[in-house]
Design a protein around this ligand. Structure first.
Ligand SMILES: C[S@@+](CC[C@H](N)C(=O)[O-])C[C@H]1O[C@@H](n2cnc3c(N)ncnc32)[C@H](O)[C@@H]1O
Length: 231
């Protein structure tokens, strides 16, 4: 009798543990979006310096990836804009790869613009590369004026992402290329807070539907969701 009782107690404990485990997994999968842990515009000098240093490799890697995609799609010449260019890593790689292109990086953060403008690469590239203080929600350029638009790590952060997407649609030429990538919210948010404040792929899709941006291709990987236009 005692053995049977022990068996049922173990079963019960196992059952409770499984329910708790399943609940945890569900909780991680449906992780609630948390607010940003830093300011929207990187105006703090120390924060901007650290951001630039920590993200240089990543932004350059995206630059090489997009350069490769553009090359394979036959792109050679035109105007490229990086919406929210950070310290300029992606814009600079693209400018180096495409010597007949004019490249503009915009940001509202003065410390990051200073880092981008003051880099050796920007110095070598000269007039072809410009870093300007401007709002991604209100771009100071004419309609249909860019062949390529880049936007990295911005959608989850900017105040009005739909306005930003509409601005991309406005300034991108009809047959232009657009590359957007942002962190994807997942259980990794328990390790990295920035991920917890980002969007899931379906939230991103929903947001894009509300904008005027033309239809493109969504994809997602372990860390990122992406959106691409142009072939
Ligand atoms: C997460 S960082 C991404 C920077 C860069 N694209 C990268 O991947 O490293 C976001 C950047 O957007 C800038 N930012 C935020 N709101 C902005 C706005 N409305 N207009 C222009 N830049 C903005 C911030 O100053 C910051 O540099």
């Amino acid at each position: 009798m005692r053995d049977i009782l022990r068996f049922t107690v173990y079963d019960l404990l196992l059952f409770v543990a499984l329910i708790v485990f399943e609940h945890r997994i569900k909780g991680l999968r449906n992780m609630k979006r948390s607010p940003l842990t830093h300011e929207i515009v990187f105006n703090d000098e120390d924060f901007a310096q650290k951001y630039a240093k920590d993200h240089q490799k990543m932004t350059e890697k995206f630059g090489h990836e997009y350069a490769q995609k553009l090359t394979s799609r036959g792109f050679l010449q035109g105007r490229i804009i990086d919406f929210g260019c950070g310290a300029g890593g992606t814009a600079l790689v693209l400018a180096e790869t495409f010597p007949d292109c004019e490249v503009v990086g915009i940001n509202l953060s003065e410390p990051l613009l200073r880092i981008a403008e003051g880099s050796d690469q920007a110095d070598k590239l000269g007039e072809r590369v410009k870093f300007e203080k401007a709002d991604v929600q209100q771009i100071p350029y004419q309609d249909n004026s860019f062949e390529v638009v880049i936007n990295l790590n911005m959608v989850h952060l900017v105040e009005d992402p739909i306005r930003m997407l509409n601005e991309m649609e406005r300034i991108l030429k009809p047959d232009g290329f657009l590359f957007i990538a942002d962190l994807r919210r997942s259980w990794l948010g328990i390790i990295e807070k920035e991920i917890k404040s980002s969007l899931t792929l379906s939230e991103a899709r929903e947001l894009f539907k509300q904008s005027r941006l033309r239809q493109g291709v969504f994809s997602s990987s372990f860390l990122w969701w992406r959106f691409e236009l142009g072939d």
